[in-house]
Design a protein around this ligand. Sequence first.
Ligand code: TRP
Length: 452
Amino acid sequence: MKAQFGSKIGLIAATVGSAVGLGNIWRFPAEVQANGGAAFLIVYIACVFLLGIPVMLGEFALGRYGQTDAVGVYRKLSPGTPWWMTGLIGIVASYVILSFYTVVAGWTFEYLFQSITGELYETIPGDAPGSTAQFADRMAQYVSSTWKPLLYTVVVIAINLGVLLKGVQKGIERLSNLLMPLLFCLLAIFVVVALQLPGAVEGLRFFLTPDFSKITPKVVIDALGQSFFSLSLGMGVLITYASYFPRDTRLTKTAVTVSVLDLLVAVMVGLIIFPAVMSFGLQGESFEGATLVFVTLPEVFARMAGTQIWSILFFLLLFVAALTSTISIGEVSVAYFSDHLKMTRKKACLAVMLPLLVFSPICSLSNGVLSDFRIFGMTIFSCLDAFSTNILLPLGGLLMSIYLGWVAPKGFMKTQLTNDGQHPTRSAGLVSFILKWIAPVLILIIFVAGLL
Ligand code: TRP
């Protein structure tokens, strides 16, 4: 029997769990800051609705129709053609992303642990207590050391393996049902706290008052890339999850719900980060890379009453967000191994997760002892990040929209979106138009811009 999600809520929780991740909490505010505040937010919202939701619907349609993995669905719909390679690109991209995402998820776990023990806030000799230097040094020391990050990466891999082994309903769905409400509660608490900080209004102004002159081509390209990453598009993750949707799932409603919740999380994060950072006068600091969450925010917590509690809750939030995303990324390969290569679920999970015990440590060590080993001047970690996010991911999305717009059997999207005509919806025509004419062109632009 093909695995399925057991309830509508569970299906939404799992898909939102995939979408809401480090992309919302860490990448989004950094992009907002780098791209002029509210101007970015507006373009981002436009990208989510114009492009994100149609492409998500494309993945949903393929997955629910195929009831199989990301490669199998192309084989089923267009047998004898090379389109299955589109699915394979997604699976390769997802595996590459998994190998470094587990490392970062490991950092969040270590920071959670250090918040609980209080070690994160102990002074480092030579650095002023609570200063940027203190947290920057701690981060640099931690990331480049050998054993600790490895240990936490292995813990993350083990948790992933445990959840994936339990299967779609008892593993992924149950965990998401538990963690997603927790995530929203934590976010709500932080929004309330952040908005009460002195000077919070300044932060709100930056995040919410648009200056349209700041919208440049770069802002648009970055917003497009961010929307794809945040909505988990282009890698077959959502094709895989949709293969577990029951036949009567209303795809449009589901895609809109998931995308709006993902957007809501990003906006809530903005309502937390900008007031907090500006309230403590830290807006001048770079949010680049990992700095925002691992350096700037601990600095904010250090200046607040109840430092340790806020720190624990925040890193718990971050860990929860990262975990449900890694699980969705792992599931793409597990589905491929079990559906396509006909392995049992147990064997498939082991075949996917065990090699990570080699790949993830290599990524982790490339920030430390292996940092001299460079590919195109980048560490292994950054090279894999750039290669998958800037090349494989848009390539997968581009090929999928070309496929759906131009190659798939006529009327495929319409049949799927209306559930075989049972629920006629006017948006079906619009979605098909976007997938045919707009998505390929816009994705091609991000793709080329990403390469330059
Ligand atoms: N969307 C997740 C985030 O925001 C990351 C993620 C999960 C992802 N699955 C994906 C990104 C598939 C691209 C494709 O962190």
